[in-house]
Ligand binder design. Structure first.
Ligand code: NAD
Ligand code: ZN
Length: 349
């Protein structure tokens, strides 16, 4: 089976090819995984359509994909926690384990992390892939491989809501109802938020947000942040304690600051332009804490438990399904959002 590893390889801007790669051998602490489900993330689409994200540029052919789950095919000699046949979700970023951030538990901040489909590291939109065994999480029988793949964006929601301090009774504003905004709705509700309001410029995404538990939805039609903040206060019956910005759009970040209650928290999840104009004095004099988040650390087990215990249902987020051989079509749907696409899933088996 050595040349039978069909992989979705990005050569550069708008140049995605399906190629046969060799089947890799797991290292002593790694596992070989027969890939099953891989979700398409906005970052995969950006690498495909632009060839870069910020400083990360696709210079050599790179396999896409990092929201993934599969079945263990072979274990390295030191691996005792997994066995062939185990179904696993793959946490895509393996950090150095040695630096101060890794030692302090905030391994998402490790400068030497090796993260799937972030150049030059290959992703796992392929048939066979090897990964560190301790960054693979065994799925209970009743959790599907699709749900396993969704653990990746869901972990972003868990990390954002933890950094935001969402707890029982919180009122939370979420800006942007893409997959990341939607997993934040699910997580905030599961953590006990009593009121969740979500915004978007697209009505169809707000419909899904409502379906999965958002209490209020606000369709954004203008950039008038002050007026929108007032409208949100009225809808929610008070200003939200917490805002989680998941669009990256400048007007939305401005709105997020103005809408948050004095003494509250605004978390920046969305990554848009590198520099934006924000009402920083307003945040300062009202003691609105602005916090960033980057991916997640120690969130996969929580995300998995939320699904396994039935606390949340991520299935409504999966709107489209394709086979690996149909990768071009799948990326076209993910890029355009045609047919109300939210999460596009690719099956590799
Ligand atoms: P997405 O593009 O599918 O969703 C963004 C949503 O924001 C869309 O539905 C869009 O209509 C909406 N939007 C645009 N302008 C708006 C505005 N002015 N007000 C309200 N909504 C608006 O992307 P996604 O996959 O959901 O990811 C969301 C953001 O999170 C992206 O910027 C992505 O880069 C970022 N992200 C960050 C991290 C991190 O670690 N910080 C991790 C994953 C994703
Ligand atoms: Zn490190």
């Amino acid at each position: 089976m050595s040349g039978n590893n069909i992989s979705a390889v990005l050569y550069g801007k708008n140049d995605l090819r399906l190629e046969k790669y060799p089947v890799p051998e797991p290292g002593p602490d790694g596992v070989l995984i027969r890939m099953a489900q891989v979700g398409i993330c906005g970052s995969d689409v950006s690498y495909l359509t632009k060839g870069f994200i910020g400083d990360f540029v696709v210079k050599e052919p790179m396999v896409l994909g990092h929201e993934a789950a599969g079945v263990v095919a072979k274990c390295g000699k030191n691996v005792t926690t997994l066995k062939p046949g185990d179904r696993v979700a793959i946490e895509p970023g393996v950090p150095c384990r040695l630096c101060e951030f890794c030692k302090g538990g905030r391994y998402n901040l490790c400068p030497d992390v090796s993260f799937c489909a972030t150049p030059p590291v290959h992703g796992n939109l392929c048939h066979y892939y090897t990964h560190a065994a301790d960054f693979c999480y065994k799925l209970p029988d009743h959790v599907s491989l699709e749900e396993g793949a969704i653990l990746e964006p869901l972990s972003v929601g868990v990390h954002a809501c933890r950094r935001a301090g969402v707890t029982i009774g919180s009122s939370v504003l979420i800006c942007g109802a893409g997959p990341i905004g939607l997993v934040n709705v699910l997580t905030a509700k599961a953590m006990g938020a009593s009121k969740v309001c979500i915004t978007d410029i697209a009505e169809n995404r707000l419909q899904i947000a409502k379906q999965i538990g958002a209490d209020y939805t606000v369709l954004i039609k203008s950039d008038e942040a002050e007026a929108l903040a007032k409208h949100i206060k009225k809808e929610m019956g008070g200003m939200p304690d917490i805002t989680i910005e998941c669009s990256g759009a400048e007007p939305s970040i401005r709105l997020g600051i103005l809408a948050t209650k004095s003494g509250g928290v605004m978390v920046l999840v969305g990554l848009g332009p590198a520099e934006v104009k924000i009402p920083v004095v307003n945040a300062a004099v009202r003691e609105v804490d602005i916090r960033g988040i980057f991916r997640y650390a120690n969130c996969y087990p929580i995300a998995l438990d939320m699904i396994a215990t039935g606390k949340i249902n991520v299935k409504p987020l999966i709107t489209h399904r394709f086979k690996l051989e149909e990768a071009h079509q799948a990326f076209e749907i993910a890029r355009t959002g045609a047919g109300g696409a939210v999460k596009v899933m690719i099956s590799c088996d």
